[in-house]
Design a protein around this ligand. Sequence first.
Ligand code: UGY
Ligand code: MN
Length: 244
Amino acid sequence: MHNMGQTRSVRRASHLLHTPDTFIRTLLPGSSKASVVVHVSPALGAGFTQYSVEFESGGTLGAASGQRFLYVLDGTVTLEHGAETYTLLENDYAYIPQGSEHIFHAPQAARAAVIEQKYRRVADRKLPELLIGHEPSVAAQPLMGDSDLLVRSLLPDTEAFDLAVNTMSYALGAALSMVEVHVMEHGLLMLEGGGIYRLDDEWYPVKAGDFIWMAPYCPQWFGAIGKVPAKYLIYKDWNRHPLA
Ligand code: UGY
Ligand code: MN
C-alpha cells in the first residue's frame, strides 16, 4: 500500500529526521545475514556514522571503520574480542577501540544500534579500552537539577574518550529546560515514547524508532508528549579541542 508520497522524514542542511517508513536496507562488507540501515554518515556531512543493524539468526557484523559503539535493542548479540566472548542482552552495550579486532554474532534474530567514529588521539594520553556495560545499571543524573529528565552516561567522561553516548529519559511532560545550540553533533535514536523535537526553526512530532541527526550548532529542544515516558540514545563528539 503506497502512501501517496507522504513521510515525516526530512532532510535539511542542519538536521535529518529519518523515520522507519523511509529506511532502505543494505549490506556492509564482511557482514553476513545482517541488514543495515545507515542513518547518517560523512556522505551527509557528519563526522561519524550511525546505523541500525538487523541480524538474522546466525548473522555477523564485520570490521569497523574507526572506534565502534554497539547497543543491543532486541535479542542477544555475542562479541568475540581476543580470547574473550561476551554475551550482550537487550540494553547491554560494547565500546571497541579503533583497530581492535573483533566480531559480533547473533545466535537468533537481534537488533542493535551502532556508532562509528575515527579516533582523535591526544599525544601522550591514555587510549580508551574495551568496555562492556548494561544501561539500566548506569547511575542516572538529573539534567540541570531536573529529576524528571535523567541522563545516563554510558562511557567514562575522561580524555581517553572523544565521544559520549548517553541515554536521556523524560518523565511524562518533561522537556529540555533550554534550546541548546552547541558545537557538538548528535546522532539520536528514539527508544521509547515520543514528543516534539525542535530542530533549527522547525518543530517535528517524533516517536520510538525515529532517528535524528543534528549538525553542529543546530538549535535543538525536546518536549515529551503522550501517555508513556520518552527515552532516547544520543551520541555527541566530546572532549576534544575544536581545532584538533
Ligand atoms: O547532551 C546534549 O547535548 C543533550 N542535552 N542534547 C539533546 O538532548 N538534544
Ligand atoms: Mn545537545
